[in-house]
Design a protein around this ligand. Structure first.
Ligand SMILES: C[S@@+](CC[C@H](N)C(=O)[O-])C[C@H]1O[C@@H](n2cnc3c(N)ncnc32)[C@H](O)[C@@H]1O
Length: 481
């Protein structure tokens, strides 16, 4: 058994204890001791499992944090270590490879994760003294492995420390390779972005993907207006400012998990990225209209559309996955929304479920490669391949074509993705317009975008480096009357 699986066993053991049957009356049960894990051990277990099993870091981290019952500060440290180490993996491996005799990729997975996580603390976390990061790493190596591994980790980290700031990614590497190593992205992705956007923008996108995401919320206009909600948040001691991208958005500069705020529970706002808030604007649904949201879960945009329609009209919120329907309906209830009907099925088959030309508005917020949200999902850059991007692009084109017949003449079809890949965005829409002469692309107003150069083609493309919001693409297509 590897040490990593020992660690996971400790976690799942903790979970089982929570579910154990009550002891028989009068029979003294031996008390099992909870195996306490430190923030670094929790992070190491998650990183090792992500590395070994290609697990999603967010799901695994959430589960591990619940089981480990760390203090809020330690949970914060474990989260930072997991996301930061994954995000900076390529840069960390470059430096480690200079000092490890065999390559990083040949190390045992938990040793590799420990080396990366410890170097992450040394290079990127100012608040942790370097010697503390090294000592902790050595202790973990002794506990999980043996003295030989501890000595190797100690030697490598101390050698890197001795080099100090002189250790850097060489400036004279070929551009794509330098950007990939400096900002820790796969080289194939950097090459794609250089082809699509040029070197300068590709580098800015990569750098911004390593910045922490902003906390942004959307006012529920059925319950408050933006200024009123901003005052309420300020009265709670939060620092807030109005979004420059969306008139419904508020950026919260200070203050923890917004889902724990009583104003959230009261349905006065939703947590949503600013770029996503533009989609309902593009759709321009009006009170009394019929709307189809083809890929609706977890329901952020459905809710925004319902708010803008003032609860008057009909919205069909469809998603492929039945288990996600609950999420949409929970939001609707919290926000006080009515008129939302749930539907489960493949967007491709909606044309068989509804009469042709039966909706004033159709939204296809399509599944996509997600390259606009790498900041929120750091492991996504390592999980996707060029083939994934190509196959999702094919699916999107089929979906767009399949749902288009449901739009009434004169109605609007909005196509959106949270990616910055032209293949999934402008090219998909260009191909659709070529094959569907009954549709025309129509501009919609986003004042903040007017000053920015647009790449040409239909729709607007927001890059993650422009506003610090998600990378997003939105096209408004009107069916001719
Ligand atoms: C980008 S997310 C939608 C986000 C949502 N519009 C919101 O604002 O909260 C894409 C959604 O498409 C769903 N999906 C994937 N393939 C689908 C299909 N073939 N038909 C319908 N929904 C699908 C996924 O379950 C996922 O919830």
């Amino acid at each position: 058994m590897t040490s990593a699986s020992r660690g996971e066993k400790a976690l799942s053991g903790a979970a089982r204890r929570g579910q154990s049957a009550p002891a028989a009356k009068g029979v003294e049960q031996p008390r099992r001791r909870k195996i306490e894990l430190t923030a670094r051990e929790v992070a190491l277990n998650v990183l090792t499992s992500v590395d070994e099993n290609a697990s999603y870091s967010n799901l695994l981290l959430n589960r591990s944090l619940q089981q480990a019952e760390l203090s809020p500060a330690d949970a914060g440290l474990a989260t930072e270590l997991v996301y930061g180490t994954i995000a900076r993996q390529a840069t960390l491996d470059y430096f480690l490879n200079l000092f490890i005799k065999s390559e990083v990729k040949r190390l045992n997975p938990w040793v590799r994760s420990l080396a990366r996580m410890s170097l992450y603390q040394i290079r990127y976390l100012d608040r942790i003294p370097a010697h503390a990061a090294v000592n902790e790493a050595v202790e973990i190596a002794k506990k999980r492995g043996h003295q030989g591994i501890a000595s190797m980790i100690n030697g490598v980290l101390r050698s890197i420390l001795r080099e100090g700031d002189t250790l850097a990614i060489p400036d004279d590497l070929p551009t794509a390779e330098r950007i990939a190593l400096q900002h820790s992205h796969p080289q194939w992705l950097v090459e794609r972005w250089i082809t699509q956007y040029g070197e300068e923008t590709a580098e800015a996108v990569c750098a911004s993907n390593n910045q922490p995401p902003k906390v942004s919320i959307r006012v529920n206009t059925l319950k408050a207006d933006r200024d009123e909600l901003m005052r309420e948040l300020e009265n709670e001691g939060r620092t807030v400012r109005a979004s420059e991208l969306s008139r419904f958005g508020i950026i919260v500069e200070s203050g923890g998990n917004m889902a724990n705020d009583h104003l959230y529970r009261d349905g006065r706002f939703s947590i949503q990225d600013e770029s996503s808030m533009l989609v309902a604007e593009a759709l321009a649904a009006e009170p009394g209209m019929s709307v189809l949201d083809c890929c609706a879960a977890p329901g952020g945009k459905t809710a925004h559309i319902a708010e803008k329609m003032g609860n008057k009209g009909r919205i069909v919120a469809n998603d492929l996955h039945e288990h996600k329907q609950g999420l949409i309906m929970e939001q609707a209830e919290r926000l006080g929304l009515s008129g939302i009907e749930s539907s489960v099925g493949d967007a491709m088959a909606l044309k068989d479920q509804f009469e042709p030309a039966s909706f004033d508005r159709v939204l296809l917020d399509a599944p996509c490669s997600g390259f606009g949200v790498i900041r929120r999902k750091p492991d996504l850059r390592w999980a996707k391949t060029p083939d994934d991007a190509a196959s999702i692009a094919r699916l999107q084109r089929q979906m767009l074509s399949a749902v288009s017949g449901l739009v009434k003449p004169g109605g609007i079809l909005v196509y959106s993705t949270c990616t910055i890949e032209r293949e999934e965005n402008q090219r998909a829409v260009a191909e659709f317009l070529r094959d569907h002469a009954e549709f025309i692309a129509e501009p919609f107003e986003v004042p903040a975008l007017e000053a920015l150069p647009q790449a040409g083609g239909a729709g607007v493309q927001i890059l993650p480096n422009q506003f610090g919001s998600d990378g997003f693409y939105i096209a408004r297509l009107r069916r001719r009357s």
